[in-house]
Design a protein around this ligand. Structure first.
Ligand code: NOJ
Length: 697
């Protein structure tokens, strides 16, 4: 449709029809058969209202989408097609690794590919918009939603959110296999106090601008069509009613031109927050703040018409909102094809299970590998043990259409292998493992332990898992630990008992196969932690890029008292951000800094001394030696994942521009100060110092 036709359509719409476009409901509302019962009754909806609703969330099948759309178009006066949205977070039916694992690949192209494949599968089932990526910066592993994030570093997260958007939206929505991205949760949700979901957030503007906004900006700059506001408060006001954030920051500073949708029922939660006392005051606050689509309440539907009629809010602003929604529907081609792609049987070549397996291998982090116990050799006799060894619960949260019974456990993946001589899940007869060369023990979280509303105060493995590891260790010290988790766990109790640890996260539909690919060396691991693993839950929030303090911990004198440290735990993480091993021997050498006036270049060489082709992630960190506001002790500024074949070298370089060195000052503007910057280059966030660079300004 041309823009004029859209405007003409808008002019034909009644106020109620316009407001209907601004409401999102679940499919259950559309299953009423001529009689008002169930959800419609609870929300006080009539059929006229239902037939003007704009968007639907969470359909399960293509047939369901076709049915809902068909009935709706038959009933609705203006026949504006519904737009269908869903939480396609790490795959639709074929489940890929959780986002925290995807970020640990340190491979933005891999994330883009995963998002692109998810879009193909989801679009074939009638989905037009995904509520992904999640751009929330996270630093507290107690919060279950770290699973959905890109981890603790805002630069890494920005690279990843950009890749998700590119992957979902591809070259544009005109291609029916692409879907629109909704970046969420704007903003600050990752700072929920105590890691408790839906809890208070209180962050400074400097932290907000410096650390939290960049990954949203990256998604917006990449063209994300929607933004979802977050549940939490910032500066004392729920984001859902926060005009400063949703308008002054999001629209004016980040130049977002797309649609703002609330989170689930968040407009009604303004009443629970006690900043509103009715549908009217809540709707007025949310709308004036900038929320355009009301997800799953009747507040807008019931309150906005009266608020417009009484002159409390302007119809012109409603029109602007509705135009944005119609424009997105138009961009998706829904006016021409309300069943977008569903009737064309669009096909794709990729076998998603094969893709899921190979993508997952790039997300498994090898934390430890003493005596090169891994990879398993063809002559090794192996025992399998642990609570997760037969588990197919490998998908992780937000995999509502994934089929657990079709996922692959580690034992199944090893099934036909002659390597395996014993399998035991329970603590019985662990002396059997005396006779094997190595024991693989799979432990960790269950799928429901991480994700939304899955906060925890204890990050240790279960007592049963810990006991299994200790008992087996009495009989066999060649322990290879595989850990399933949706968050960083505290492995302090068991780490000394394992010669190797593979941190598997939740790898998705092909978990067992991908894990066995890495354990046997068919695939050389290459992932790096996107979040630090703690030594204790008491260290939360924990992140490598913490701010400088006046009493920094003194490594050379660790017990000195009046320093920023805990009395009862070794300072720092058990495994740090950026850490991850591989089976090759890759050395970083000949690194040099080439100074420019307004930029610098760092050249480096990687040499693979081993017989095994490998990949490394070269990481560049900087420290700003003096600044106007206190800055992180070091910050990731660039990384590159490179392949280095056996016995060969790779030459790489990073260009560092002034924009990379700029930071947010106390007046919230971002610019670079003259002065000295220290540079660190290596394979993790403890990378050694390479040198310094002086910017003269
Ligand atoms: C609530 C969650 O916070 C959000 O991430 C999700 O997209 C919506 N529900 C819709 O399911």
């Amino acid at each position: 449709m041309e823009q004029e036709q859209l405007l003409a359509l808008l002019q034909k719409m009644t106020l109620e029809e316009k407001i209907g476009q601004m409401v999102q409901l679940t499919p259950t509302f559309f299953s009423e058969d001529g009689e008002i019962t169930g959800p419609m009754l609870e929300m006080g909806l009539n059929f006229e209202q239902l037939n003007s609703i704009g968007t639907v969330l969470g359909t399960h099948t293509k047939e369901e989408v076709i049915n809902i759309q068909k009935n709706y178009l038959a009933q609705s006066r203006l026949k504006i097609p519904l737009m269908f949205m869903a939480d396609v977070i790490h795959g639709y039916e074929t489940i890929f690794p959780i986002p925290l694992a995807m970020a640990s690949s340190f491979n933005p192209e891999l994330v883009e590919k995963m998002a692109h494949l998810s879009a193909k599968e989801a679009s074939a089932a009638g989905i037009h918009v995904t509520f992904s990526p999640m751009a929330d910066l996270v630093r507290d592993a107690r919060w279950g939603r770290v699973l959905e994030s890109n981890g603790e570093d805002s630069y890494l997260s920005s690279k990843m959110t950009e890749s998700y958007v590119k992957g979902y939206q591809g070259e544009g929505l005109i291609n029916k296999q692409n879907i629109a991205a909704c970046v969420k949760h704007f903003v600050g949700y990752g700072e929920s106090q105590g890691g408790k979901d839906y809890n208070t957030v209180d962050i400074s503007d400097v932290v907000l601008f410096q650390d939290h906004l960049p990954s949203f900006k990256a998604a917006i700059d990449a063209g994300a069509k929607l933004v979802m506001s977050s549940f939490n408060i910032v500066r004392g006001v729920p984001v859902t009613a926060n005009r400063y954030l949703l308008t002054d920051v999001l629209r004016d500073k980040l130049n977002f031109e797309g649609i703002v949708i609330s989170d689930w029922a968040a407009i009604s939660e303004l009443v629970q927050h006690r900043v509103a006392d009715s549908k009217y005051s809540a709707s007025k606050k949310a709308f004036e703040a900038g929320v355009e689509i009301d997800m799953m309440t009747d507040f807008y539907l019931h309150a906005l018409p009266e608020l417009v009629k009484s002159g409390e809010i302007s119809e012109q602003k409603i029109d602007e909102t509705v135009m944005r929604i119609l424009e997105l529907k138009n961009e998706l081609g829904l006016f021409e094809d309300p069943y977008r792609g569903l009737m064309d049987q669009l096909s794709y070549e990729e076998d998603l299970r094969v893709e899921s397996r190979s993508i997952a291998t790039e997300t498994l982090v090898l934390l430890k590998n003493q005596e090169s116990i891994l990879p398993i050799k063809p002559t090794d006799k192996i025992g399998l043990a642990g609570s997760k060894v037969n588990s197919r619960d490998t998908l992780g949260a937000w995999s509502w259409l994934g089929k657990i019974d079709e996922s692959i456990s580690i034992a199944e993946a090893f099934k036909d292998s002659e390597l395996i001589i014993d399998v035991a899940e329970q603590i019985v007869d662990f002396d059997r493992f005396q006779t094997v060369d190595k024991v693989i023990i799979a432990v960790g979280e269950t799928g429901s332990e991480a994700g939304e509303a899955a906060s925890k105060t204890n990050l240790k493995l279960t007592l049963q898992d810990i006991e299994t590891i200790k008992q087996i260790h009495q009989w066999n010290q060649n322990i290879i630990l595989v850990v399933y988790a949706g968050r960083p766990l505290d492995l302090t109790d068991v780490e000394p008992f394992a010669k190797a640890i593979l941190y598997a996260w939740f790898p998705g539909s092909q978990a067992g196969n991908a894990i066995v690919d890495v354990l046997t060396g068919r695939v050389n691991p290459s992932a790096k932690l996107a979040m630090s693993l703690p030594r204790s839950v008491g260290q939360m929030p924990l992140h490598y890029n913490h701010y400088s303090t006046g009493r920094p911990f003194n490594e050379n004198n660790p017990t000195i008292r009046y320093m920023s440290r805990y009395l009862d735990v070794i300072e720092g993480p058990l495994y740090s951000f950026g850490h991850g091993l591989n089976y090759s021997e890759i050395e970083l050498s000949a690194a040099e800094i080439i100074n420019g006036v307004d930029s610098l270049t760092i050249n480096y060489t990687l040499t693979n001394h081993s017989d095994i082709d490998g990949q490394e992630v070269v990481q560049l960190y900087i420290r700003d030696c003096t600044s106007e506001v206190v800055r992180p002790v070091r910050e990731l500024k660039h990384f590159e994942k490179v392949s280095v074949d056996a016995h060969s070298t790779y030459q790489g370089s990073f260009d560092v521009q002034l924009v990379d060195l700029a930071y947010v000052h106390s007046d919230l503007t971002r610019y670079v100060d003259s002065g000295t910057f220290e540079l660190f280059l290596g394979f993790d966030s403890y990378a050694p110092k390479l040198g310094e660079w002086e910017y003269k300004g």
